[in-house]
Write a new protein. Structure first.
Length: 138
């Protein structure tokens, strides 16, 4: 009886040790690109949109993902870039792609979003966080 307990304990311990090695380190780089667009005055100045509305949600998501991801040896990194010029955003996206980033959150107008998605290779994944243009629906 004691021998079975020792064998079971040893088997469970080995299984736990070996299973922890099964998880590979994973580092995920995510780019958040925001186009600064002047939307003009709002009709109601009671609750204006916060200046950092989109990026704060992305930062919170990264923080949550890193909290749970540490158990699986996952690390998520967010790089944010903001500019009013679409060409600058495109150049930044290309640079980040060349550095290994494959996930892009685009908070831009529809025209800029289309330009960036066409300019980067097919293995890049894009998340539309800024435009409601119906032309983007598929």
């Amino acid at each position: 009886m004691r021998l079975n307990k020792k064998k079971n304990t040893l088997a469970i311990s080995l299984a736990l040790l070996l299973s922890s090695e099964a998880y590979a380190n994973l580092e995920v780089n995510i780019s958040y690109l925001k186009q600064e667009i002047d939307k003009g005055p709002v009709l109601s100045n009671i609750l204006p949109e916060p200046e950092n509305a989109g990026i704060q949600g992305a930062k919170l998501a990264i923080q949550d993902s890193n909290t749970t991801g540490r158990f699986l040896k996952h690390k998520y990194d967010l790089k944010d870039y903001s500019h009013s010029d679409a060409t600058q955003l495109l150049m930044q996206a290309q640079q980040q792609y060349s550095e290994g980033t494959r996930f892009f959150v685009l908070n831009t107008d529809a025209k800029t979003l289309k330009e960036i998605t066409k300019a980067l290779p097919a293995d890049a994944l894009f998340f539309n966080a800024g435009t409601q243009d119906d032309d983007l629906r598929q």
